[in-house]
Design a protein around this ligand. Structure first.
Ligand code: SF4
Ligand code: SF4
Length: 341
């Protein structure tokens, strides 16, 4: 069971490994100017300020045999790369988009969205020169997720995270090979070590969800019960649009994750982060609990959108509410022009 905030004391193992610099400062909390994100957790230790802490967290999780069995390079994370075909397939962007979307959904993927590459998707010091980002989502087993927080006695929720990262890796590597066979350059990106590509903002732009108060995406089908991987490529593709189904409005009045996060890392107010006002989770408060509980996951498990079958209903409700509000403001014009998508 989750510890209540009042009962929770961070383990010294993690506190002792925290560097002098706050993770929130590294993330740009309070900064009003745009800048690229700094390499942070899930980057090579030598390239970041929190490398030692990352090692301590990873090694602690590896004390669980079940966690070791899924968080391992020996897990099935997809095929080795194939050579790029010398012949470029002669198809339009529409046809190629249709092909890759069908391929992903036929190859263990549950969600796919495409967006143009932007500088804010690339961590400082890295280069990703491809024009397009394909974001892939794979759903999590909610029955496992809802057992969060994981422990050495019951690591189910943490193990499920590893399993789905591996599935997401398989989809991205298969897609990488598929694109290579069409004659286009590509690169597969899979977590938890995602390297130079910051997937979250690209996933928002690609329509995979809205940012929730808990700092994770909320998707209109799976809520927050899914994981991401990506492929970047120069293949010409048609773009998707960001989703807007009312999750953000919902978070403005919901406090479930805020109240149930044991270290009280989730704020009820948006904050300025590298020039953008958004929901932000306090890294320094979250990480010791994340470490101790084999990847925690309480906030995504308790989010009402994550319960199977709930997200589509909530999205429809939020959109209806929006239409009613708009009609109240301008009854004549809007009653004929606003439609629920
Ligand atoms: S993952 Fe972090 S933010 Fe989410 S509930 Fe756990 S400690 Fe809180
Ligand atoms: S639990 Fe509530 S406030 Fe937190 S992310 Fe989900 S909907 Fe938003």
């Amino acid at each position: 069971m989750k510890k209540r905030a009042a009962d929770y004391k961070p383990m010294s193992l993690f506190l002792d490994a925290m560097p002098a610099v706050s993770g929130n400062s590294v993330n740009g909390l309070g900064e009003t100017e745009y800048r690229a994100p700094s390499p942070f957790f899930w980057h090579p230790p030598a390239r970041q300020t929190h490398g030692e802490l990352q090692e301590v967290v990873v090694n602690y999780h590896r004390r669980s045999a079940e966690m070791r069995a899924v968080f391992t390079p020996a897990a099935d994370r997809g095929p080795d790369p194939v050579e790029i075909s010398e012949v470029v397939v002669n198809k339009s962007a529409e046809q190629l988009t249709e092909m890759i979307k069908t391929f992903v959904l036929d190859n263990e993927g549950d969600l796919i969205g495409i967006t143009p590459m932007r500088p804010e998707y690339v961590y400082e010091g890295y280069k990703v020169e491809h024009k397009n980002v394909i974001i892939i989502g794979v759903s999590m087993d909610y029955d496992k997720l809802k057992q969060a927080p994981a422990s050495f006695e019951n690591p189910a929720a943490g193990v499920e995270v590893g399993k789905q990262y591996n599935r997401a890796a398989r989809v991205s590597r298969r897609l990488y090979n598929f694109i290579s066979k069409q004659g286009y350059v590509a690169k597969a990106w899979a977590g938890p070590y995602a390297s130079g590509l910051s997937m979250m903002p690209a996933a928002i732009a690609a329509g995979l969800g809205e940012l929730g108060k808990h700092g994770s995406l909320i998707n209109q089908q799976y809520g927050s019960s899914f994981r991401l991987s990506a492929v970047t490529t120069d293949m010409p593709l048609k773009y998707d649009q960001p989703a807007d189904f009312g999750a953000e409005d919902f978070c403005l009045v919901c406090q479930v994750c805020t109240n149930l996060c044991p270290p009280e890392a989730i704020s009820n107010d948006k904050q300025m982060v590298r020039g953008v006002e958004k929901w932000y989770v306090d890294f320094d408060k979250c990480i010791p609990y994340f470490g101790e509980t084999l990847a925690c996951g309480i906030c995504v498990a308790v989010c009402p959108w994550s319960k199977p079958g709930t997200a589509p209903r909530l999205a429809e409700k939020m959109l209806r509410r929006r239409v009613r509000k708009a009609e109240k403001a301008e009854p004549t014009a809007l009653s004929t022009s606003v439609k629920i998508k």
